[in-house]
Design a protein around this ligand. Sequence first.
Ligand SMILES: *Cc1c(COP(=O)(O)O)cnc(C)c1O
Length: 414
Amino acid sequence: MNHKAMNKPGYYGEWGGAFIPEVLYQTFCELNEAFQKAKADPAFWQEYVSLMSTYSCRPTPLTHAENLSRHFGGAQIFIKREDLNHTGAHKANNVMGQGLLVKKMGKKRVIAETGAGQHGVATATMAAKFGFACTIYMGEEDVMRQRPNVFWMEKLGATVVPVTSGSKTLKDAINEAFRDWVTRMDDTHYVMGTVCGPHPFPEMVAWFQSIIGREACGQIKQQFGRQPSRVYACVGGGSNAMGIFQGFLDNPAVELVGVEAGGKGLDSGRHASRLAAKDGSPGVAQGYKSMFLQNSDGQMMDTHSVAAGLDYVGVSPILADLWQKKLVRFAAATDAEVMAALDLTMKKEGLIPALESTHAFVQAFKEAGDLGRDEAIIINMSGRGDKDIFTIAHAFNDPSWKEFIKKKGIEYGA
Ligand SMILES: *Cc1c(COP(=O)(O)O)cnc(C)c1O
């Protein structure tokens, strides 16, 4: 990546590092070595691009949203279409990249943890394609809430392990996955889902996701004639944001905007905004130093977002650094704002962004009218919204959907 702030490997300013148990030290050294070798080898990147263009939908298009642009009467709105990837989101970029690396390392088994299940589905897809054994750790609570994703993981050949310790959600699944890794380091790779975790994961995931920004930078030049004024992306762990931002970080004229989950509002205590809200504080958890939502004892707080993929206590150490250096501006979108922006995007453009992605749309819509018609902005549409049908139908309080669910329930003897 071209972010030059790194002073020692794995640190971004004061953020990052690799806080790992000693038994994993050798495994991390080997992983880092394999990754740095791949990163320095243009043939590896070529192999990755070729895989993504034949197995997923790369390059993904950049769509000029003409109706929305006219509606707001300001900047020309362009949308980077990561929703057109296999499994419906940018997550495919990361898991397929790591899959290639695992193949190079000669390992035969992958494990991952997943909260909402999207990363689990993407990892199970990759494992099937590469012929790896695959185990996915998931909090028991999440297994119940995300049945459709659990169904697909199992059908794709993965073993899904419900984690019953602690709060039975994502952070417990992370602990369990690390426990597994410690016992099977020789043949197993841990597929990190976002630009977080111990070094080299943030650097590695950011590198694979940089394919988004590399494409977008060339596409906007070709379609609009010059660079955009602003680029918007939603921020959970931060991988889709880092992916598109890297295409523009070298150009100070392009303002980068990360949008976090504002949940019920930044004053409600029910959100997942680590940087835009005042509630985040520096800490070390899950192997890295960053800004976390935690209490004064360092215990992680419960977060809330209508978008499961943004509902996370930590944020990328790379983004914490860019935030501190004021190279990325952060904002938050509430659940209610997200529903309104989703409705408008569907009606005006025929696009169905994921609830996560729609957070970026909210902020872009707030600001588009302030810019000139001769300017452009890009919104990263990190994924498609099909997966959110239960949540969206519930939020819109759709009566015929309720009827349908009731009938299905009766069919199954509920
Ligand atoms: C998982 C997910 C996210 C959040 O992850 P990042 O690492 O912040 O990109 C955002 N959008 C979609 C569609 C997702 O599935």
